[in-house]
Design a protein around this ligand. Structure first.
Ligand code: NZQ
Ligand code: ZN
Length: 391
């Protein structure tokens, strides 16, 4: 096993920490592009708080609003134009994964030779110099606040793909659990399913030998999300629940969990196809796929890994034959997502039928994460992906 670990994002965690926002931005210059989504930050008062904070500190603020969930490459391009025309010194992303990912796309494109981020996604130009990004996280889910990935959607081509580069990792992220009190039940549940999927996809559901310390920590993060999500659903203003979910979100995908493991994030590869064609909520798509993926891949080799998850995180009793235990694990995960998290359980609930399953299977096996097939705990070919989608 060998790996290099580096994560350079500075995190301010807690409810008084926003007072450090202006000083951190001033370290980067005096002209900031504020990027945000469809207006939740105006409803919960965060926008006013940030704007007055920046104004009082002499920071000139430009705005890009309306970033879509599943952010479009065209929105990124609008941000690039604003940055170039106004000589912006830093991007301030205030939102969830979509807003942060849009900001990363802008950051990567501003100094490049194109004004279209999709040229970078397609590898026509390299990512070199980037604009620094500061984030204020508003939703616990993607880990984008501490990672170096950006997932972008091109709805003309029905492709959801992205950028991965060290230079787009946020310089500073602010994590105030109280900001997530206003996240609704559906987004809270979907975000939690996303956090769990990051653990599953990048590390836990693997056939590679991992350090036991890391596997134990992965399970602890899973147990934390399983424990605190129902509490946050019952009481959206429970600080302890929101704080645990927020920090779990960052650590599930900040490179630490998967030291030494290299594999296709199978669930994400398939889910990105669902979002690309049907514009669905990422975490919900993952929740529907995961129990069915587990059921589909159970065999002698995979069953012990799946069953361990059940015993250590989902109250499945120990001592059973591994395949039987793995099946019960998939059932327990389905119960968690569809009963406890209260997420609808079928793709048809999201208006998805089987008409695009073949093309989605082809695309994910040959896209960002696949080379003809997807390989992690199991290896999936296109026909396997179609079968899982049908389930
Ligand atoms: O747009 P606004 O009005 O802000 O509302 C958002 C949006 O409707 C709302 N919301 C966010 N914070 C809120 C809030 N509502 C009330 N109070 C708050 N405090 O929630 C909705 C969803 O927001 P979004 O940013 O889309 O959610 P999420 O954080 O789940 O991000 C999803 C995107 O991230 C990508 C996904 O594919 C998807 O495009 N991912 C990014 C990753 C990365 N960069 O590493 C990895 C992930 O696996 C994922 O693929
Ligand atoms: Zn995800």
């Amino acid at each position: 096993m060998k790996f290099t670990f580096q994560n350079t994002t500075k995190v301010y965690f807690g409810d008084e920490e926003l007072e450090n926002l202006a000083p951190e931005l001033l370290n980067l210059g005096k002209k900031v592009l504020l990027v945000y989504g469809g207006g939740s930050i105006k409803k919960n008062g965060l926008y006013d708080k940030i704007i007055s904070n920046l104004k009082n500190s002499g920071i000139e603020t430009f705005e890009l609003s309306g970033v879509e969930p599943n952010p479009r490459h065209t929105t990124v391009n609008k941000g690039v134009k604003i940055c170039r025309e106004n000589n912006i010194s830093a991007i301030l992303a205030v939102g969830g994964g979509s807003t942060i990912d849009c900001s990363k796309g802008i950051s990567a494109t501003v100094f490049s030779k194109t004004d279209n981020v999709w040229d970078l996604v397609e590898g026509k130009y390299p990512i070199e110099k980037t604009l620094p990004i500061v984030t204020v996280l508003t939703l616990s889910a993607t880990g984008s606040e501490m990672d170096c990935g950006s997932v972008l959607s091109n709805m003309e081509l029905n492709i959801k793909s992205g950028l991965i580069h060290e230079n787009i990792r946020p310089k500073v992220s602010f994590e105030d659990p109280k900001i997530t009190y206003s996240v609704n039940e559906y987004q809270t549940a979907s975000g939690s399913a996303d956090i769990m999927s990051h653990i599953f996809d990048v590390a836990y559901l693997s056939k590679q030998k991992q350090m036991e310390m890391l596997v134990n920590i992965q399970e602890e993060v899973l147990r934390t999300v399983i424990k605190y999500t129902p509490i946050a659903l019952e009481n959206p203003s429970d600080y302890e629940a929101r704080a645990n979910l927020m920090w779990a979100s960052s650590w599930a995908l900040n490179d630490f969990m998967y030291c030494g493991v290299m594999q296709s994030p199978i669930l994400h590869a398939i889910e990105h196809e669902l979002s690309a064609f049907y514009d669905i909520t990422h975490g919900h798509g993952l929740a529907i796929l995961t129990p069915n993926y587990l059921r589909y891949i159970i065999n002698d080799e995979t069953a012990p890994v799946i069953y361990r998850l059940g015993v250590n995180c989902l109250n499945v009793k120990s001592g059973l034959e591994a395949k039987e235990g793995a099946k019960l694990t998939a059932d327990a995960l389905a119960k968690l997502y569809f009963e406890t998290f209260r997420l609808p359980s079928r793709l048809s609930d999201l208006g998805i039928d089987d008409s695009k399953f073949e093309v989605m299977a082809h695309n994910c096996c040959n896209g960002l994460f696949g080379q003809g097939k997807l390989s992690a705990l199991a290896t999936l070919e296109e026909r396997d992906v179609v079968e899982i989608l049908k389930m």
